[in-house]
Design a protein around this ligand. Structure first.
Ligand code: KG4
Ligand code: ZN
Length: 383
């Protein structure tokens, strides 16, 4: 059995359901972190996608007393409910296993226990139903989601901002990515989550910070704009998070505790610093890739991953793209964070290309989209 995806001969389109002009129906399974999710999507012969079902169950309650995701608890929770979630996704879509053309499961990067639960379930279903199995890279699924939701096709520049990654990638198609920039320390989602935690806000941190920021003054706290003006294209957020801690401690000392207004002002100031820093980083890569598009051709710039749900960031990036002759595309808010539809869609794209995996495909806790990217100077292990 092959561990790596191999192009396979699918035969003539008319005689094979996975042929190029046929509609492909794919089940996608997502268990890489703390959402258990399954979905069915259809990809028609013209490459247009449709979501037939999308079932997501969050594990926030199971982890909240620990203040972060506990890998062992996550894996157990996936085991307990994945069968029901898959059954619900199939039933909502009105299809049975026999109707599917392929079964896709997120096989990395992520927490190994959860990945094993999802991949083993996907493989067992594929074996039982005699369907191809697709081992999907979770980051690739985020990267290709706009193809499903906004009908935007590569090539495009993409900002991937999630709980574990912050990268700018040049996307040429499924399996074809060049990383232009990465974070040298914390991922942006991680910075949101840590900021929320230190301010006593509930999980998940990103949405909680965004909510609190709505009634805050973004100018009250003077926070640093990490990497501003630096020539290299990379990101850094660890210093900003520390600056929020210092500002919170100072405000708390003055008034013997933080008020709700202090927390809102800190969140708004943090979010403003994030937007300025990200914009300064992104503009360099926008300029770098500008001449890769034909004169007058549309220049898509895509933002994806959980933090792409943030309205302040979406609005800052929309403006930045517009000022630089690009157009911003972002998935609908509900499909920025982890879900099964993105896995099913990436699986359908790969199936269309004949990139089918054997049942021996491994799960990969670390699985960069561009394994050949040079390490960023000063980067820690996460880059
Ligand atoms: O893509 P995702 O669901 O999971 C990973 O692949 O990591 O991203 C989760 C991250 C978390 O850090 C979460 O706090 C952040 O995305 N996030 C947000 C928002 N919604 C989710 N960050 C800022 N604003 C939001 N509205
Ligand atoms: Zn994700």
């Amino acid at each position: 059995m092959n561990a790596d995806p191999q192009p396979v001969d699918l035969g003539p389109a008319e005689s094979n359901p996975a042929g190029h002009s046929a509609t492909l129906l794919v089940l996608g399974i997502e268990t890489s972190c703390d959402e258990t999710a399954a979905a069915v999507v259809a990809r028609d012969g013209a490459g247009r996608g449709r979501i037939l079902s999308n079932v997501v169950r969050s594990q926030f309650d199971a982890h909240k007393i620990y203040g972060g995701v506990v890998p062992e608890i996550a894996a157990r929770a996936h085991t307990e409910c994945l069968d029901d979630i898959v059954a619900a996704a199939l039933s909502e879509a009105g299809v049975g296993l026999a109707d599917l053309d392929g079964i896709a499961a997120a096989s990395g990067p992520g927490l190994i226990g959860g990945l094993i639960v999802g991949a083993m379930t996907g493989k067992a279903l594929a074996l039982a139903a005699g369907k191809p199995f697709l081992a999907v890279n979770h980051l690739e699924a985020h990267a290709l989601t706009v193809g499903l939701t906004n009908h935007v096709n590569p090539p495009y520049l993409m900002l991937l901002v999630s709980g574990g990654h912050t990268q700018l990638l040049w996307v040429e198609g499924a399996g074809r990515y060049s990383r232009l920039a990465t974070t040298i320390d914390d991922a942006l989602g991680e910075a949101f989550d840590k900021t929320a935690k230190l301010l006593g806000l509930p999980m998940p941190g990103g949405p909680a910070v965004e909510r609190a920021a709505l009634s805050g003054d973004p100018k009250r706290f003077k926070l640093p704009r990490p990497m501003l003006g630096r020539e290299d294209p990379h990101f850094s957020f660890a210093g900003l998070k520390t600056a929020v801690r210092h500002a919170a401690q100072a405000a708390s000392k003055e008034a013997a505790g933080l008020t709700d207004q202090d927390i809102s002002d800190l969140c708004a100031s943090f979010q403003a610093a994030v937007c300025d820093s990200v914009a300064d980083r992104v503009v360099r890569s926008l300029r770098r890739v500008s001449d890769r598009f034909a004169a007058g051709a549309p220049r898509p710039f895509v933002v994806a991953g959980g933090v792409a749900a943030n309205a302040a960031l979406r609005s800052a990036l929309t403006q930045l793209a517009h000022q630089n002759g690009f157009q911003l595309y972002a998935p609908p808010i509900g499909l920025c964070t982890d879900n099964g539809a993105m896995i099913a869609w990436a699986g359908a794209e790969r199936l269309h290309l004949g990139l089918i995996d054997g049942l021996g495909a491994p799960v990969k806790p670390r699985w960069p989209l561009d394994p050949d990217a040079a390490p960023a100077q000063g980067a820690g292990v996460k880059a």
